[in-house]
Write a protein that binds this ligand. Structure first.
Ligand code: GPW
Length: 824
């Protein structure tokens, strides 16, 4: 059961006092922005509004902290290198129930609230679903009144902004201002000094115990900045704490007054670069060291902070784990295990076994991937240079662990090699996933299939040794941002039918089931969709100049661009439709607009070429008069939370077509289903569970399953040429990539894609699924010609999406991993 203490929001009291909010805004306009109502720019007005709203949050944040202290509550720390928050204002207003009051206030002041909201840029301190999941969890934790805190880095440069220049992705700095961000409360007085580099000297400590001393380190300072996170109802306001790096020398006047002024500044730049930018996942060698320092910096600041807070409450070290849970968002923060051990053993002089018990009882690890390259490994040599003491600790963990492995599997002489923290092949490397598993009491995947594949294929040895550690926690998304805030017309319709409880109890969406076939409700539902589709069409017109037919089927694929997500499969279908129109004179049964959005990793040429291909296909098709209103292809630039909020409410069809066994979960699939899009999807990640929930009749599935793909791969029996030879339609579509049909101006541009599909074994088996995909798209068309049936299925998707609320996910973590309780 979801627990909620306060709904409707506590701020409703404010509604009565119309003047207070206005006064607060005018106050900040004058005293925080140094401006007047008459002179203020839109940016200053937006800032004043945000600061006024932040004041409300700050009060509640302090009250929340006091409540947690009074209850001596257990706390959860969610460690993540990435948080993708999106805009904050609209979400806070919704959660505090202040939307109408602010709208009224702004009207009174003669200011357009929409314009003010558009002033805010997305907090994009992350790249993909993993980062957005962390943000959804924070929303749910606060809504559930649970003491759960995010810990991350305040990058100066977060996710890049994407422009499309002649169809090519161009990367520009993001707009989120981390220096003067109105939501962040900086706390320079709570600075932490983080040691790195140096060397370890053996020495004798107390009681003649061996006590290694880490010395000659360099220090980087960590400054915390707190972002208030308001739950629905606004009673609980937690924080997301982000650290920025500062040079220790800047505080050491000595160095600046000594001779080498420039040397001092150089060192300062060097230290501050630690939180300079969010690293793309494809790190090159040169930045490896910086990335390691970043991960360690986050972990070290966090552990110091947690320990300080814990000791301040008068807690005994031996009870630490009873009061503290740490969740590691993938392996990036897994060094927390080594750092917590160092803290307990070296700084609190606890013995090894006790320290290890505490560490394991505190930490838990979530894996988010099946892609082998995404598993982090550090060259031991590099690690030793940056973190010599941590390496010693890891060696000791490994030594003791491998001893256990030998006792447990005496006849399996390779077991220690397979399970070691240190891999000896291909240069010595530290395997972070192994550290995360050994040092945690819980390991989970993010969808049923993913968790099963982790156990069976990725970590079979560990699953055998510690079966009780492994579990599944299917991802979820917050319905407050993704439905309530993003789609007001639909949210209002739902509330008018079933009341507003769904906002905090998504399972009550099931009450919509009985409305699915109701013609009156269907009519109203269709009106919300039309409204949303027209708004998106306007947006597309503004951004791309393209006129699209709002009555066409909006077929949406929005996510990072990566080969495994198979945007190419979708493109091959579009090419197929195009040629059917122009060569066979076969117009499609229903007009479609294919809408893409997504960023490629800056160092992923294959993904970047796919972006170019989407654009070029669009160029050719959209200009071709023979396709008229029947087929359009749009790529919207700069995908992120705010753009997703515009596209999702207008989507008819959600493309979730990764090769089975590659997408850990997916969360865009949940957001789209929750907003009434039907899914065309493979049996991958959480698609499987979405299909189970909404019913196979209300979901279009196609393609090979993960087992079959695994078989094809082990037997080495996938041959693209078989599919090419057998099906002339496939051949006709694929051949376009070998020709210059979509690249007249740059001949041969897409031949690499053709080669990857046909000559290079295509790791993602596009052609194996293409025929079944085309057939299933035909079923989609068929259904779209029966609006009542389509709408019924769409409404059933919404009604049955309750399971995919992050409130449910967070409750599961809280009950089975964190032992975390609401504090009211
Ligand atoms: F590779 N995910 C992501 F596992 O967005 F680390 N970034 C990442 O770096 C990784 C995973 C990593 C995504 C998964 O691809 C997606 O399937 C999943 O739904 C999401 O994380 C949240 O669990």
């Amino acid at each position: 059961m979801t627990h909620i203490s306060h709904y409707p929001p506590v701020c409703n009291a404010l509604e009565a006092d119309n003047g207070a909010l206005r006064d607060a805004i005018l106050y900040h306009l004058q005293y925080s922005c140094g401006s007047t109502k008459k002179e203020a720019t839109q940016g200053e007005l937006a800032r004043a509004v945000m600061l006024a709203v932040r004041d409300l949050l700050t009060e509640r944040m302090l009250a929340t902290e006091k409540r947690y202290q009074q209850h001596n509550a257990k706390r959860l720390y969610y460690l993540s290198m990435e948080f993708h928050l999106g805009r904050t204002l609209g979400n806070v207003l919704a959660n505090l129930g202040l939307t109408t009051l602010l709208a009224r206030t702004m009207e009174e002041l003669g200011v357009d609230l929409e314009e003010i909201r558009e002033q805010e840029s997305d907090g994009a301190l992350g790249t993909g679903g993993l980062a957005r999941l962390a943000a959804c969890f924070l929303d749910s934790l606060a809504t559930l009144d649970m003491p759960g805190f995010g810990y991350g880095l305040k990058y100066q440069f977060g996710l890049f902004r994407q422009e499309l220049v002649q169809g090519y992705q161009k990367e520009l700095p993001g707009r989120w201002d981390t220096e003067h961000n109105p939501w962040l409360i900086s706390r320079p007085d709570e600075v932490f000094a983080i040691p790195m580099y140096g060397r370890v000297e053996p020495s004798r400590g107390r009681n003649n115990r061996y006590a290694p001393v880490w010395q000659d380190q360099k220090f980087v300072l960590g400054i915390p900045h707190d972002m208030p996170i308001a739950g629905a109802g606004g009673k609980t306001v937690n924080t997301l704490r982000l650290f920025s790096a500062r040079s220790a020398d800047a505080f050491d006047i000595q160095i600046f007054t000594a001779n080498d002024y420039f040397q001092a500044i150089r060192h300062q730049l060097f230290s501050e670069s630690v939180s300079k930018m969010l690293y793309p996942s494809d790190v090159d060698d040169q930045s490896l060291e910086m990335r390691l320092k970043q991960e360690y910096f986050l972990v070290a600041c966090t552990i110091q902070d947690i320990m300080k807070k814990y000791l301040k409450t008068g807690g005994e070290i031996s009870n630490f784990a009873q009061n503290t849970a740490i969740q590691l968002n993938d392996t990036n923060p897994a060094l927390a295990i080594a750092e917590l051990m160092r803290c307990l053993v070296d700084e609190h002089q606890l013995d090894w076994d006790n320290s290890w018990d505490i560490t394991r009882a505190t930490c838990a690890y979530t894996s988010h991937t099946l892609v082998p390259e995404a598993y982090e490994k550090w060259p031991v040599q590099l690690f030793e240079k940056v973190l010599p003491r941590h390496l010693q600790i890891i060696y000791e963990i490994n030594h003791r662990f491998l001893h256990e492995v030998r006792l447990r599997y005496p006849d399996d002489e390779n077991a220690p090699t397979r399970m070691s923290l240190i891999e000896e092949t291909g240069g010595r490397q530290l395997n972070m996933a192994h550290l995360a598993i050994i040092g945690s009491h819980s390991v989970n995947g993010v969808a049923g299939l993913h968790s099963q594949l982790l156990r069976d294929n990725v970590f079979p040895d560990f699953a055998d040794m510690f079966p009780e550690r492994f579990s599944n926690k299917t991802n979820g998304v917050t319905q407050r941002r993704w439905l309530y805030k993003a789609n007001p017309p639909l949210a209002n319709l739902i509330t008018s039918a079933i009341g507003n409880e769904w906002i905090i109890r998504a399972e009550t969406l099931s009450r919509l089931d009985e409305f699915a076939a109701d013609s009156q409700f269907q009519k109203q539902f269709a009106e919300t969709r039309n409204h949303n589709k027209r708004s998106l069409a306007d947006h597309i017109m503004r951004v791309t100049g393209l006129v699209i037919n709002p009555d066409s089927l909006f077929d949406v694929q929005i996510k990072r661009v990566h080969e495994y997500k198979r945007q190419l499969l979708h493109l091959l279908y579009i090419i197929h439709c195009y040629r059917a129109i122009i060569e066979d004179g076969e117009p499609p049964q229903v007009p479609r607009t294919h809408i893409f959005a997504g960023k490629a990793a800056p160092g992923d040429p294959a993904a970047k070429l796919i972006i170019k291909l989407i654009n070029n296909i669009g160029q050719v098709i959209n200009r071709d008069t023979r396709t008229r209103d029947m087929l359009k292809v749009v790529m919207l630039p700069d995908f992120g939370v705010s753009l997703a909020e515009k596209i999702i409410p207008a989507a008819d069809l959600s493309e979730q077509i990764s090769m089975a066994g590659t997408e850990a979960s997916g969360t865009g699939n949940m957001k789209l289903a929750m907003n009434g899009a039907l899914t065309i999807g493979t049996r991958d990640g959480s698609n499987i569970e979405i299909m189970e929930e909404v019913g196979a009749d209300n979901f279009f599935t196609f393609g090979l399953d993960a087992d079959t793909i695994e078989e094809l791969r082990t037997e080495n029996s996938y041959n693209a040429w078989d599919y090419y030879a057998d099906n002339p339609l496939i051949r006709r579509a694929v051949d376009c990539l070998d020709s210059d049909m979509f690249c007249q101006e740059e001949p041969g541009l897409f031949r690499d894609i053709f080669a990857s599909l046909m000559y290079e074994g295509d790791y993602f088996f596009h052609l194996a699924d293409l025929e079944s995909y085309i057939d299933t798209q035909q079923q989609v068309n068929e259904l779209y010609t029966h609006p009542a049936s389509w709408r019924k299925k769409a409404i059933l998707n919404i009604a049955r999406s309750g399971k995919f609320s992050s409130d449910r996910t967070v409750m599961e973590y809280a009950e089975t991993i964190w032992q975390l309780k609401p504090v009211v």
